[in-house]
Write a protein that binds this ligand. Structure first.
Ligand SMILES: NC(=O)C1=CN([C@@H]2O[C@H](COP(=O)(O)OP(=O)(O)OC[C@H]3O[C@@H](n4cnc5c(N)ncnc54)[C@H](O)[C@@H]3O)[C@@H](O)[C@H]2O)C=CC1
Ligand SMILES: O=C(O)C1=N[C@H](C(=O)O)C[C@H](O)C1
Length: 255
């Protein structure tokens, strides 16, 4: 049985994962971390990971960027692999993630769904063919009105996968309202929409002369992310130090 610490246990994702783990004989949540203590769980909940004294094999994190620094320190100190799903990390934090991955297993992914991770692979191929042919690339993401960060971590990861395939020659444009000028060829536009209870939509548009190709992923429930995170936790438990992503989990699953 894999023992997991659920960071952000009383949030939307934390509670979906709590439900999934209850039905799974291979993994058990042994402790939760959350500032909010208004939910009764079957495991003890600590306000900060630094005061958690429960032994575990893996940490799953869906919390807040503010919680991530302590989480990384704890993960390295206790040598517990961490599945990092919180988005909106700063550049400085991304460096800390990189540093931690030299000492413990860290799996970071802005989107745990199979669909988005497959889409990233398709986009590399599409960008390699379409961008040199003059197609402009734009991403539109839509999320619920409780989301703190914009653009979504997934939108940035989708842009990164296209940009990497194109030798990182592109810059990202988030706001066109400040300048009166035409779009550059070497930019990827990223727009964020927030409203209601939208779980998560990502549209990638390749707009060329007289033709447009659109790729779209819609998450209809949070269980697509939660199932991926549980799968990732099982994969990461016992792994040596290193930086892993959902691509590694998917490869191991289909191998
Ligand atoms: N990688 C992925 O597939 C996905 C990532 N996310 C990301 O996961 C994060 C959480 O998402 P939700 O569950 O929707 O948010 P939420 O707001 O419903 O839950 C976050 C929980 O973390 C707790 N929290 C906030 N600050 C904390 C701190 N400093 N220490 C401990 N606990 C703290 C809150 O009290 C709350 O219960 C967000 O960054 C979101 O973008 C969400 C869905 C999928
Ligand atoms: O906050 C959310 O809800 C989500 N966040 C992730 C992101 O920022 O990409 C993933 C998913 O789209 C839901």
């Amino acid at each position: 049985m894999i023992r997991a610490i659920m960071s952000g246990c009383n949030g939307k994702m934390g509670q979906v994962i709590t439900g999934i783990c209850k039905e799974d004989a291979e993994i058990e949540i042994v402790a939760g971390i959350d500032l909010y203590d208004g939910i009764k769980n079957d495991y003890p909940v600590f306000p900060n990971i630094s005061v958690c004294d429960v032994a575990a094999d893996v940490i799953i994190d869906f919390s807040n960027a503010k919680a991530v620094d302590d989480l990384l320190v704890y993960s390295v100190d206790k040598q517990i692999p961490v599945v990092l799903c919180t988005t909106g990390l700063s550049e400085e934090q991304l460096k800390k993630v990189d540093g931690a991955s030299k000492k413990v297993a860290v799996l970071k992914s802005a989107n745990m769904s199979l669909g988005i991770n497959m889409l990233m692979e398709l986009l590399k191929q599409a960008a390699t063919i379409l961008a040199p042919a003059g197609f402009d690339m734009e991403i539109v993401e839509k999320h619920h009105n409780q989301k703190l960060d914009a653009p979504s971590g997934t939108a940035l990861a989708l842009a990164d996968s296209m940009n990497e395939a194109l030798g990182n020659a592109y810059t990202y444009t988030y706001d066109r309202s400040k300048e009166r000028k035409k779009r550059e060829k070497t930019e990827i536009g990223i727009s964020a929409v927030r409203g209601g209870s939208i779980v998560g939509e990502h549209e990638v548009i390749f707009a060329g002369l007289d033709e447009v190709i659109e790729f779209k992923h819609t998450a209809y429930s949070r269980s697509v992310f939660a199932k991926g995170a549980v799968q990732a936790a099982k994969f990461l438990s016992g792994k040596p130090a290193g930086f892993y992503d959902m691509g590694d989990v998917i490869k191991a699953t289909i191998a």
